[in-house]
Every structure is written in structure tokens, then in C-alpha cells.
Write a protein that binds this ligand. Structure first.
Ligand SMILES: C[S@@+](CC[C@H](N)C(=O)[O-])C[C@H]1O[C@@H](n2cnc3c(N)ncnc32)[C@H](O)[C@@H]1O
Length: 307
């Protein structure tokens, strides 16, 4: 008898499962509506990911023997390349040279998919795509272009100003893995350790320096002798997630409560946000039908393409 476990990062399976379901929902729901459908991956990686499988094998006389093996599983880019019905166009952004080369190699196996491979910084590339793509109007194909953007950075790599450019298109549905653990690490509990570079990193990702007033208790007179308590972070994960949602809601018409993705031992790592830049009620209704269902149940609703 063999028992198989996947080692490390059930949260990774979860985020990719949600993405995969939404991409299928999106292309199925919009394919008959004469939009050009675009997928953008801001932090594409190599297209695949390595997972370690632990295989427990019961041997007669010797009991259980464990062995592990490393195997490739699809990452976000490959999931998009294999989405059915397919996207009309896919833009993949990756900064790391070796991963970019692997991505190129992977795309060569999908000759029928129109792929734009962009090596460089995600912030610059996304802002440029948002600015130059003819989302609607006389230069747009058909009724215009509709996109899904996946933002899956390791750390605090995405500037808030990039989100403002995305929101301005009014044509992009966004899945953003906000690095909540990175922000909590930089916003140290002990306010005395809040170094200028930590402040700058949080301000860049949140687009304001007001977070400090929200997260920290200021020194108060402590006792009859006027001693001051040290400034400390009072905001917990839920408060910080609430504040991030408030910030995102300033630029996107719709932002859903995040799904907190945790390590296998329960530590919060990322907060997965779904945000819509499109303010058209019909577009919102359709997108939320899919996203809410997927977030709630992990199973996409059965959508029929609209005529
Ligand atoms: C979490 S991985 C992406 C995994 C991928 N979504 C998947 O499912 O396989 C993050 C990727 O972002 C890349 N990266 C980090 N900072 C970047 C930046 N500023 N611009 C573009 N890519 C960046 C890293 O090299 C890494 O490959």
C-alpha cells in the first residue's frame, strides 16, 4: 500500500486552485460576448513549480518506508496557458533571468497561444500595459479588451501606484496575494525598531504613510511620575487586513474580504484579495458570481457562456 502526501504549502495549491477556477469561469462566461480576453501575470515565475511528494510504502516484514521525490506541477503561467476555453492573449512578466528563460521554453510548447513575454520589473511593465492597451474605443478589437491580472509576488514588490494604474483601465479583474506576513514583519511590534527603510517599504505598498497612526499606539503618560510607555503596534492581522481593504477600496469600485492563506502550521502568509476595476453593474454582477462562489466554496459555479 502506498500513501502519498504533498509536502509543503497547501496554501500554494489553494491559491492556484482559486486562480485556475476563476480563469475557466472568466473565459467561459465572456467568450461569446465579443471581447478580446487577456491574462496578465505580474510575477509569473518559471511557469512550473517543484513540489515534494512523500510516499509512504508499506513493506511486508520491514514496516513503513518513506521516500520523497520532486515533481513538476503547473504554476500560474502554465495554468493560464492551458485554460479552456483559451485566452486570446497572455502577457507574462518575470524579472529573474533564469526563470524567464524557463518561461520562454515552456511557452514554446504552446505555439497556438499568443504570448507576450516581458522580462523586467512588474510595476513598470504593468503600468506600461495599462497605458498602451486599447481597452475600449475605436482602436479596440470587438467590444473591447477584458483582462484577469494575477499578482503573486514573494514579498512587498508591488507599489500602490501600480494598483492605481490598473484600476484606471476599468477593464481588469485582479487577484492580489498581499504579503501580510511581510508587512507584519516590517511593522515591528516594538515601535522603536521601526527603521526608516521599513517605514518606506510599507508606505510604498500601501500608498500612504497614514498606516502608522492606524497600526501603532502612541506613547502615553504611564504613571504618576510621567514615564512614557514605548510605542508599540496594537493592530493585529485582522485590523491590518481591514486597513488594506480600505486602501484598495479607494481605487477599486469592488474589493472582496480577503482569504487569509496560512502555512501548514497556521501562520498567516498572504491575504488573497479579489478586486474589480470595472464599475459597470453587469460586469460586476458576472465577476462576483464567479469570484464569490469560488472564494466561498472553492468550487466554481457552472457558467454557461452568454449569447
Ligand atoms: C511567488 S513567485 C511566482 C509564482 C508563480 N505565480 C507560480 O504560480 O508559479 C514570485 C516571482 O516574482 C518574481 N519577481 C519578484 N520581484 C519581481 C518584480 N519586481 N518584477 C517582476 N518579477 C518579480 C520572482 O523572481 C518570482 O519568480
Amino acid at each position: 500500500m502506498t500513501v502519498e502526501h504533498r509536502f509543503g504549502g497547501r496554501w500554494t495549491d489553494r491559491k492556484l486552485d482559486i486562480l485556475s477556477q476563476y480563469l475557466t469561469f472568466f473565459t467561459t462566461a465572456l467568450r461569446a460576448q465579443n471581447f478580446q480576453l487577456l491574462y496578465i501575470d505580474g510575477f509569473a515565475g518559471s511557469g512550473n513549480r517543484l513540489i515534494e511528494r512523500i510516499i509512504a510504502q508499506e513493506e511486508p516484514l520491514f514496516g513503513i518506508e518513506n521516500r520523497s521525490e520532486r515533481v513538476h506541477a503547473p504554476g500560474s503561467a502554465r495554468i493560464a496557458l492551458e485554460t479552456n476555453p483559451p485566452f486570446n492573449r497572455i502577457a507574462l512578466i518575470e524579472r529573474h533571468a533564469k526563470r524567464f528563460e524557463e518561461l520562454k521554453k515552456l511557452c514554446s510548447h504552446y505555439p497556438t497561444v499568443q504570448v507576450d513575454l516581458l522580462q523586467g520589473d512588474a510595476n513598470e511593465a504593468i503600468v506600461e500595459l495599462c497605458r498602451t492597451i486599447p481597452w475600449r474605443g475605436p482602436n479596440a478589437p470587438g467590444r473591447g479588451i477584458r483582462a484577469v491580472l494575477f499578482l503573486d509576488p514573494y514579498g512587498m514588490n508591488l507599489a500602490f501606484s501600480t494598483l492605481e494604474a490598473i484600476a484606471a483601465t476599468k477593464a481588469i479583474d485582479v487577484w492580489y496575494l498581499f504579503p501580510i506576513s511581510g508587512v507584519c514583519r516590517q511593522a515591528s511590534r516594538d515601535g522603536g525598531k521601526l527603521a526608516p527603510y521599513k517605514r518606506a517599504a510599507i508606505t510604498r505598498i500601501l500608498g500612504t504613510d497614514e498606516w502608522e497612526n492606524e497600526f501603532y499606539n502612541y506613547p502615553v503618560t504611564d504613571d504618576l511620575f510621567g514615564h512614557l510607555t514605548a510605542k508599540h503596534r496594537s493592530a493585529d492581522i485582522k485590523t491590518i487586513e481591514g486597513y488594506i481593504k480600505k486602501r484598495l477600496s479607494l481605487v477599486f469600485p469592488i474589493v472582496r474580504d480577503p482569504l487569509t492563506l496560512k502555512t501548514d502550521n497556521g501562520s498567516p502568509l498572504y491575504s488573497l484579495f479579489f478586486a474589480l476595476s470595472n464599475s459597470d453593474p453587469k460586469a460586476i454582477g458576472l465577476a462576483l458570481k464567479g469570484a464569490d462562489h469560488i472564494l466561498r466554496t472553492g468550487i466554481s459555479s457552472q457558467v454557461r457562456p452568454r449569447k
